[in-house]
Write a protein that binds this ligand. Structure first.
Ligand code: FMN
Length: 195
């Protein structure tokens, strides 16, 4: 039997009723059922200020180091990205900027790409709109590749988020479940081969 792959699942939104957090929950449940060892990360649980190099010079926040450790510990990730103005959110950018910034004087985190390099990342999005936030993924992919992550070719953008979930937060549409399953499967497949 295959050793379960640690899979990190998180959304680029901290909004309480976030559709992308809901999607991340559904993804986590499906991936767990497929035997992945899922960690559901909530960015709201981390106290991360807006990136500012002057602030950083006084010391990288403890929660940024925690995020570096969590990202680094997971060979496979699924990111559920909301779309703001045709791109990903400031929250995602700020998080990635902090996590990719080398920690001066710390040999463990001297490389900015350490937490990203070699990770297999599946991208998903959802929005109330007809395009499901797909344009955010087109911007997020090169950002992650620039940090040496491997972005899975299969992606999924789910339109009309308000119609997509049942009252228990499960995806109610078979085609959506199949698409989510396809991304998860590809991410785990690649991460297993990289391991
Ligand atoms: C500043 C801003 C810009 C937005 N731009 C887009 C957009 O370009 N495309 C889109 O589909 N939805 C857009 N939306 C709507 C978001 O998709 C919607 O608010 C969504 O619920 C956000 O994701 P969340 O529910 O995971 O927080 C925008 C929302 C905001 C606040």
């Amino acid at each position: 039997m295959n050793t379960p792959i640690p899979l990190l699942v998180f959304a680029g939104s901290t909004r309480e009723q976030s559709w992308n957090r809901k999607l991340a929950g559904a993804v986590g449940a499906i991936a767990s059922a497929e035997g992945a060892q899922v960690t559901r990360l909530e960015l709201a649980d981390f106290d991360v200020p807006l990136y500012n190099a002057d602030l950083e010079a006084k010391g990288t926040p403890r929660d940024v180091i925690r995020l570096k450790e969590i990202f680094h510990a997971h060979p496979a990730w699924i990111v559920c990205s909301p779309e703001y103005n045709g791109s990903y959110t400031g929250l995602l950018k700020n998080t990635i900027d902090w996590v990719s910034s080398p920690v001066k004087g710390d040999p463990q985190w001297g490389s900015g790409t350490k937490a990203f390099a070699g990770k297999v990342v599946g991208l998903m999005s959802t929005s109330p709109g007809a395009l499901g936030g797909v344009r955010s993924l087109g911007h997020l992919a090169p950002l992650l590749m620039n940090l040496q992550a491997w972005v899975a070719p299969k992606q999924f953008a789910m339109p009309r988020a308000m119609e997509a979930f049942d009252p228990d937060g499960r995806l109610s549409n078979e085609a959506h479940r199949t698409a989510v399953h396809g991304v998860i499967e590809q991410v785990l497949w690649a991460a297993r081969r990289f391991a």
